[in-house]
Design a protein around this ligand. Structure first.
Ligand SMILES: Cc1cc2nc3c(=O)[nH]c(=O)nc-3n(C[C@H](O)[C@H](O)[C@H](O)COP(=O)(O)OP(=O)(O)OC[C@H]3O[C@@H](n4cnc5c(N)ncnc54)[C@H](O)[C@@H]3O)c2cc1C
Length: 356
């Protein structure tokens, strides 16, 4: 069987891994000359979001036979709302390196492949590939093809303004800021590479490329952030629902398949899972959308959080922080394994209906 994969990214490489397990050697078309990220950063995998999965790294190993070595464990989360703050400690997830070295997530996936051919410097021509191959997996990290195929329903369109900063950091701590003044309905987060270097990303919704600069400056002045910056970038951040995930012999995976969640803009775990499911569907003939049922369900729940965040004011953000600090609630959210996304989203949906 001949399979072409567009994009040597997280989903594309995970798909190739699954196909190889069943003796299929796909061909990946990658527009870059390398595997990895143009802009280095540190991605987080949050235990709270991935429940009922208990440990995402172990899950990926057990379910997909893929080894991932995280950069660090995440044991501290500090959240600042405009007038309040909140700190929680525990087994909160992982940090994963994204860049060009061997520790980078894509390079870790690449190292586990044996028979996949990668055509570097090749911008894939989908129209040709779909006629040349039995299957095409689109995993190009954006909704461009999904839009063309009429499968993409946009939910979030904004920018991520990123910077690599130097300073003193706790390598196990994620810091987040929510404030309507500079994030609109987004947020800012800091993820450390180590105790001397960190990534800061501002995700702002419904802003254009030049507006995001204004919000970035406002964030730095409001929060008194003045770390020396060694690298910075801006990227369009688009999230949406994709349906169906299959169009004739073509399967959509990763961000192209709607993996980027519409609340936090996280998509690493879902992209790996989607890549694997695309591979499974090709091998077994099982319906790809059915294999993705759990991930589609989670995305819908995350969308309810997005709606609440959009509606919320700075006062609501302060109230939410005050609420989650109440010991029984804090215990319920962090010390039990309740599926926070599933149940929290239902409560939020109910409350926002009452609010009007
Ligand atoms: C700055 C930033 C921070 C993030 N932080 C987090 C986080 O903390 N937690 C989290 O879970 N997620 C995070 N994400 C999201 C996560 O990284 C993505 O959801 C995930 O990488 C998507 O995987 P993918 O395989 O769909 O795309 P990618 O991994 O982006 O790979 C797509 C590949 O396709 C190639 N390509 C594109 N077009 C073509 C073409 N036409 N022909 C050939 N090749 C092509 C690209 O060069 C690239 O190699 C972040 C994203 C960014 C940008």
């Amino acid at each position: 069987m001949n399979v072409a994969i567009i994009g040597a990214g997280v989903a594309g490489l995970a798909c190739a891994h699954e196909l190889e397990k069943h003796n299929i050697s796909p061909v990946i078309y990658e527009q870059n000359a390398y595997i990895g990220e143009q802009y280095p950063h540190v991605g987080a995998m949050l235990e709270l979001i991935d429940r009922p999965v208990v440990d995402v790294i172990i899950y990926i190993k057990n379910e997909f036979d893929i080894d991932i070595k995280p950069l660090n464990v995440l044991t501290k989360l500090i959240t600042y709302s405009p007038k309040d703050s909140y700190e929680v400690r525990g087994n909160l997830g992982y940090f994963v390196e994204r860049g060009r070295n061997s520790n980078d997530l894509k390079n870790q996936l690449y190292a586990q492949l044996n028979n996949t051919k990668i055509k570097f410097n090749e911008v894939a021509d989908y129209e040709t590939l779909k006629n040349q191959y039995d299957y095409v997996v689109i995993a190009n990290g954006s909704p461009s093809f999904s839009k063309e195929l009429g499968c993409f329903n946009e939910l979030f369109n904004g920018f991520i303004r990123g910077a690599i900063v130097l300073g003193e950091f706790d390598p196990n701590a994620l810091i987040a800021w929510i404030n309507k003044d500079y994030c609109k309905s987004g947020y800012v987060y800091l993820t450390p590479f180590n105790n001397k270097k960190a990534f800061i990303g501002l995700i702002a919704s419904d802003v254009n490329e030049s507006e995001v600069e204004h919000y970035w400056d406002l964030f730095k002045s409001t929060e008194n952030i003045n770390y020396p910056i060694v690298e910075e970038f801006k990227l369009n951040h688009i999230s949406g629902f994709v349906y169906p995930h299959t169009v004739s012999n073509t399967l959509l995976a990763g961000n192209a398949g709607g993996a980027l969640d519409p609340f936090l803009g996280f998509g690493q775990f879902t992209s790996i899972a989607m890549g694997v499911m695309a591979g499974k569907s090709i091998i077994t003939g099982d319906d790809y959308d059915k294999l993705l049922k759990y991930y589609i369900f989670k995305q819908r729940k995350m969308h309810q959080f997005r709606i609440a965040l959009n509606k919320g004011t700075n006062k609501d953000y302060d109230k939410a922080i005050a609420l989650v600090k109440i010991p029984p609630l804090k215990h319920l959210v962090y010390n039990t394994k309740i599926d926070f996304v599933k149940h929290g989203a239902n409560i939020i949906k109910f409350l926002s209906k009452r609010k009007g």
